[in-house]
Write a protein of this length. Structure first.
Length: 114
């Protein structure tokens, strides 16, 4: 899957250069890739972290991005169920940005090896 290494490279680059503005949609993209790769719990945590970052920057989500994120959130919630989704969301909101990015990089790196 070409999306995995490209997303991993983008996320790593945005993190290394300290671009929180660009990191926000890259976290959401990472969540989409990981959800498609069978990691819905991690994906939920990453979207939650991205939403927290959007609030902190502030960086409102655009209409086209909102549609994609809404669809992936629905798929994640369906895969996890409401209770597990809520737990993952709360964990994602409470983790530090550093922790969330490291977790995303680790998850993507695992998928890149597949």
């Amino acid at each position: 899957m070409e999306a995995v290494p490209l997303t991993l490279a983008s996320l790593t680059t945005m993190w290394e250069i300290g671009s929180t503005w660009d990191l926000t949609p890259t976290l959401e993209l990472s969540a989409m890739v990981l959800a498609a790769g069978g990691k819905p719990e991690l994906a939920a945590r990453l979207v939650a972290a991205a939403f927290g970052l959007r609030e902190a920057v502030p960086y409102p989500i655009g209409a086209s991005d909102e549609l994609a994120v809404t669809h992936v959130l629905a798929a994640i919630r369906l895969a996890l169920g409401d209770g597990q989704f809520t737990q993952a969301w709360e964990a994602g909101r409470s983790h530090s940005l550093d922790s969330s990015v490291r977790e995303a990089i680790a998850g993507l790196a695992t998928r890149a090896d597949v």
